[in-house]
Every structure is written in structure tokens, then in C-alpha cells.
Ligand binder design. Structure first.
Ligand code: IMP
Length: 213
């Protein structure tokens, strides 16, 4: 078994990444909490870049050095066409009020999104989730892969599953939001599922490009 640290403080991401990785053989997955890595103020400055890829690599690199283990990080967000790609890399801190992390922050973000889209007609509410999944090793090796998932922003929330913008993110082919889909179905279709599986394929060399040097 090769050990890997899921390098995120977001409980929704930890849960999903663990579930996605449970389908990949040969990996022992541990969280920052399992290793007793205390939260540090440095972590707030890790997401300062303009791309998901750069932010994901910065987080993976930071935690690989801090833990001395291979680290897997995710930077992700929602890109709404009618808002020219916003909130994008700023998805976590989208609402103008500066609330603590967690559910209250998710709710403010969702309210803010609905407010900005209040005059946008149904056929122009298209959006996509984007996820960059990065791996970094203490010796300096790094890899990153991206996944996307297309959907539509509803006018009111539906379902209580997932986290963040999920109750507003509707998948027309499924006839349900990510908040309504069972977790395993979300992981099959999601930006995070696609990015993490592509990353693991690239690390193990199953993608035909050779294992990581
Ligand atoms: P990050 O920690 O900077 O990567 O912020 C990611 C933010 O994007 C989260 O806090 C959510 O607001 C949003 N987000 C990313 N992935 C998802 C998802 O799968 N469901 C719902 N919201 C998501």
C-alpha cells in the first residue's frame, strides 16, 4: 500500500476524495486530521493564484513539505457563463459577507449567486464545475489533472446532499441536482471524480504516458 494524504480542510472534499480513491487499489488514504496536522494561518495564503491548477499545486506542495508524505490537493469552483466565468477560483469566498467556513458560508454564497442571476433567463443559466487535482511529493515531484462537469443553475435549491453550490447545480441528463443525487452518482459524474481519477491514472501510468518519474 502507498500512503497518500488528502490535503484539504474542507470536510465535503475529504469525504468525496476518500470515496473516489476507495475505488483505486493499492492506496492507503489518510486525512490531515488523522495525522494531527494543526491548522496554520499560512494555509490561507495558498490559494492566491488565478488558475485552479496553480492553486491545487500550491496546496499539494505545501502539505507534502509539511507532512513529509505524498499529498493530494484539490482546487475547484463553479464557473457561470452569464457571470463570465465567476465565481471561478473565488468560489469559496464569493458572497461579500465574510463568514466563517462551512454551511453558513455555503448558504451565503448560494444566496448571492441567486441574487446575481435573478434576471437571467432559464436558457442562459449554464455553468460548469471545474476541479484541478494535484499530487506533490516531498522530493519536489508534482502532477496535476483537471476535470469538469456541465450543468445549469436553478432558481431555488433542491436536495441536501453534497456541499457548496450542489443544491443549485442541476444536471439536465440526470433530471436532478448534485444535492439530490446519491453520493456515488455524484462521484461518477463530478469534476472532482474526473480530475482525481485522471490524476491517479497518470501517477500509476495507466493512461499510457508512463508512471511518474
Ligand atoms: P477551494 O477550497 O478554493 O477549492 O474552494 C472550492 C469552493 O468551490 C467550495 O467552497 C465550493 O463553494 C465550490 N465547490 C467546489 N466543488 C464543489 C462541489 O463539488 N460542490 C459544491 N461546491 C463546490
Amino acid at each position: 500500500m502507498t500512503r497518500l494524504v488528502v490535503a484539504t480542510r474542507n470536510p465535503g472534499k475529504v469525504r468525496e476524495i476518500r470515496e473516489i480513491l476507495s475505488e483505486v487499489e493499492g492506496w492507503e488514504v489518510v486525512g490531515l486530521d488523522d495525522l494531527g496536522v494543526p491548522e496554520s494561518p499560512d494555509e490561507d495564503g495558498l490559494e492566491e493564484y488565478q488558475t485552479f491548477q496553480e492553486n491545487a499545486v500550491a496546496k499539494a506542495r505545501y502539505f507534502a513539505h509539511r507532512t513529509g508524505e505524498m499529498a493530494l490537493a484539490d482546487d475547484s469552483g463553479l464557473c457561470v457563463d452569464a457571470l463570465e466565468g465567476a465565481p471561478g477560483v473565488r468560489s469559496r469566498r464569493f458572497a461579500p459577507v465574510d463568514e466563517a467556513r462551512g454551511e453558513r458560508q455555503d448558504q451565503s454564497n448560494n444566496r448571492h449567486l441567486l441574487h446575481l442571476l435573478r434576471t437571467v433567463p432559464d436558457d442562459r443559466r449554464t455553468a460548469r464545475y471545474v476541479c484541478a487535482a494535484a499530487a506533490a511529493w516531498p522530493d519536489g515531484r508534482e502532477r496535476v489533472r483537471t476535470g469538469t462537469c456541465e450543468g445549469v443553475i436553478l432558481r431555488e435549491p433542491r436536495g441536501t446532499g453534497g456541499f457548496g453550490y450542489d443544491p443549485l447545480f442541476y444536471l439536465p441528463d440526470e433530471g436532478r441536482t448534485f444535492g439530490e443525487l446519491p453520493p456515488e452518482r455524484k462521484n461518477q459524474l463530478s469534476h472532482r471524480g474526473r480530475a482525481v481519477r485522471a490524476l491517479m491514472r497518470s501517477i500509476t501510468g495507466v493512461d499510457g504516458k508512463g508512471p511518474i518519474a
